[in-house]
Design a protein around this ligand. Structure first.
Ligand code: FES
Length: 306
């Protein structure tokens, strides 16, 4: 395990499926990257100060680049949204790892099960075992083939079952469990509901199951009403659930300069004198500042330097 952080540069970003892109990273100083075993992941520190874990899904023999796959989460205003909307080739990122919670080796005949973007966690293990003649099986489920990355990287002579929901295909775990010999290793990565179904169908007493659930991105924010005071003018305004702080200030005759109105340009920056801002921007507000076009307050009262 490597716990040091390394400065890597975004070398390439490419679409891999609907709402999924791959990001290829290289050493900013052209050095060889720390080696990794299939199943490993890295921690990526994004410029908006959010750190996220991503499985390495490239070639472990390539010592000069790491590849990750990132799905744009519908409810995210954090890591995946930043990567899809703002990250560009040439950006420097701090990376920690690689490290792994999967076993270093998987037994012959391992059954890999992936749901959606969960394929990134098992792809390299499946390809390694296939190349080594260990006869792995891959069960890969997704909303549709268009939403399932890396289908074109699966070897034609490998045992692969694809289940696309929009084609009415489903994985029958109970049927498979009845046919597999006791002791078969199962490695699964996917949404929580799928992993629970696998754990139920493949009991620990009979199978060796290694499961990884998607870690949920931060919950979607819920708007609540709060009071904002402008320290210099003495003006106070209540910010309602259905308006932005910037909108409430404009309603109270204190309009702010605005560019993007989406928390990405920084032009509406204001200083916070007291209270707890709830930062929702994508660029990382400096300490003591906030972007009122998207950010709100997690305290009942917020005092701004206005
Ligand atoms: S207007 Fe761009 S960050 Fe607020």
């Amino acid at each position: 395990m490597n716990t040091d952080s390394e400065l890597l540069i975004v070398d390439d970003m490419s679409p891999a499926a609907e709402n999924i892109c791959t990001v290829t990273l290289r050493s900013a100083s052209q050095r060889r990257l720390p080696s990794w075993r299939p199943g490993a992941h890295i921690d990526l520190e994004l410029p908006n100060w959010i750190t996220r874990q991503y499985s390495l899904c490239g070639d472990p023999n390539d010592q000069h680049s790491y590849r990750i796959g990132v799905r744009l989460e519908e409810l995210s205003r954090g890591g995946s949204e930043y990567i899809h909307r703002l990250l560009r080739p040439g950006t420097l990122l701090k990376v920690r790892g690689p490290r792994s919670t999967f076993p270093d080796r998987t037994p012959a005949g391992t059954v890999f099960i992936a749901g959606g973007i969960g394929i990134t966690a098992v792809l390299a293990m499946f390809l390694r075992d296939h190349a080594q003649g260990l006869r792995p099986m891959l069960l890969y489920a997704g909303r549709s083939r268009a939403a399932m990355p890396f289908l074109d990287e699966l070897p034609e002579d490998a045992e692969v079952v694809i289940a696309a929901k929009d084609e009415d295909q489903r994985l029958d775990f109970a049927d498979l469990a009845a046919r597999l010999p006791a002791g078969t290793a199962i490695a699964v990565c996917g949404p929580s509901r799928m992993v629970s179904a696998v754990e139920e169908a493949f009991p620990e007493e009979k199978f060796q199951v290694h499961a990884e659930r998607f870690r949920a991105e931060p919950r979607a924010f819920v708007n609540t009403e709060f009071l904002t005071a402008c320290a210099r003018s003495g003006m106070e305004v209540t910010v309602g659930e259905h308006e932005s702080l910037m909108g409430a200030l404009a309603r109270a005759d204190r309009p702010l300069a605005a560019g993007c109105r989406e928390g990405v340009c920084g032009s509406c920056e204001v200083r916070v004198l007291s209270g707890e801002p709830e930062h929702r921007d994508l660029i990382g507000a400096p300490p003591g500042k906030m972007y009122p076009c998207v950010s709100r307050s997690s305290s009942e009262r917020l005092v701004l330097d206005l």
